[in-house]
Design a protein around this ligand. Structure first.
Ligand code: ADP
Ligand code: MG
Length: 248
């Protein structure tokens, strides 16, 4: 066995996913190192969401395996993967609009605590919730109803909820969609800051300036096949990648 230091956090190996007779993913491999920021791009319908849904367990794969720090998690249910450290903002139920911002974080912290069979320590959960909310700049909104938040505040709350599950991998599928220019920068900074907390991030994004700022490694899917994986600058100048985007 290799040591945990050198093995990837997540290894998706030979992932094939079919919808009926349609092959949405064809033998896709993807490794994510601890703390690494990986960008995932590709034309619409190329299989990006399908791939992250396979990693988070929302979709069952037809062929291949998914490993988390060397353990095969291919047959683990989505909620078990959350507890193993894979958080996808859409996977955790969306914020409850009739709860306050603080309550939305508390329910996840309480639930995580129960799952780990730890003594439920309300005071430390409260402190933790405050810490997470101030990390995303939502502390002043803690007593507001989630339903009253603006779009960018809602996006920050979704990130805060994902972080409350104490993830090792955060999956952000178009987390910047629909935001204005300054809001994009703001949420991107928050997502990029997760590296400092040791969290790996897999980000699907269409805004190329954000992708290039974010990615330490860039992966390209076209029609269910991985056509490039590596240094972002090299990947976007790869002729096959350029060709794939010409039709867009
Ligand atoms: N649940 C599903 N049932 C049938 N086809 C699906 C399903 N989900 C995705 N697809 C198809 O698989 C392909 C990849 O979709 P998706 O992963 O959502 O693409 P992307 O996120 O790259 O835009 C598309 O052709 C889409 O229509
Ligand atoms: Mg998608």
């Amino acid at each position: 066995m290799s040591s945990e230091l050198h093995q990837p956090l997540v290894r998706a190996q030979g992932i094939t996913k079919k919808f009926g007779g349609f092959i949405a993913l064809h033998q896709v491999d993807l490794d994510i190192a601890p703390g690494e920021r990986v960008g995932l791009i590709g034309p619409n319908g190329s299989g990006k969401s399908t791939l992250v849904n396979c990693i988070s367990g929302m979709l069952k794969i037809d062929e291949g395996n998914i490993f988390l720090t060397g353990n095969n998690i291919t047959s683990l249910a989505p909620h078990a993967r959350v507890h193993a450290g894979i958080a996808r903002s859409f996977q955790i139920p969306r914020p409850f609009k009739s709860m306050t911002v603080l309550e939305n974080i508390r329910v996840i912290l309480n639930f995580s605590g129960e799952q780990r069979r730890e003594a439920s320590d309300k005071k430390s959960n409260e402190d933790k919730a405050i810490e997470i909310l101030s990390g995303v700049g939502l502390l002043q909104k803690k007593d507001s109803l989630s339903g009253s938040l603006t779009q960018v505040e809602m996006r920050k709350l979704e990130l805060a909820r994902a972080m409350s599950a104490n993830p090792r991998l955060l999956i952000a599928d178009e987390a910047l969609a629909g935001l204005s220019g300054t809001e994009v920068d703001e949420v991107l900074q928050l997502i990029m800051g997760m590296k400092a907390q040791g969290v790996s991030v897999l980000m699907i994004e269409h805004i190329m300036s954000a992708v290039m700022k974010f990615s330490e490694r860039l992966v390209v899917l076209v029609a269910g096949n991985k056509i490039a994986d590596g240094n972002p600058q090299e990947v976007i100048s790869n002729p096959e990648v350029v060709k794939a985007y010409l039709g867009e």
